[in-house]
Design a protein around this ligand. Sequence first.
Ligand code: ADP
Ligand code: MG
Length: 165
Amino acid sequence: MRLDQFAAGGGGEIAEARVEAKSHFEIVTHSPAETLEFGRTLALEFGSPCLVLLEGDLGSGKTTLTKGIISGLGLAREDEVTSPSFTLVHEYGREKKAYHVDLYRIEGQREMATLGLDELFSQSAVVIIEWGEKLGDDRSGPYIRIKMEYLASEDRKITVERLES
Ligand code: ADP
Ligand code: MG
């Protein structure tokens, strides 16, 4: 499914909606499977390097979306992508790479520094960061911000923005 079809399914009026072309994109998914599928579709829009910051409460679907993205990139199966909430950074792929980071447990600049994010940012990789808002100014250049919101037990609103710095 393409992003414009998601837009149509979500009641959108836009026929040509692509994250690439638009700086703002919004959908509501109605199951984990739909979020996975949206992640797979979204992945097709990502170049590399690419920084993706995921925001949203616990249980809003950040890890679920990341499973879709990493499988959409062709770097692992969905069930091979697990939450890095304890391990902090997971790496996928060899030549083409993605990193999945979780900042939930990270407190303060010193802990942040131990993650070696600068080294990840210097690579030609897709870097996906849960609780990305904690990153603050520890990054530069363009990035994609994805906000996930709990609407109801199976409904999540997903807002994707492409930002310049
Ligand atoms: P986070 O990483 O933001 O804490 P997870 O992806 O780990 O969130 O968990 C989301 C939970 O919500 C999972 O248990 C998932 O099955 C459930 N869920 C229900 N509906 C959806 C949906 N539409 N999209 C994503 N997850 C959903
Ligand atoms: Mg998570």
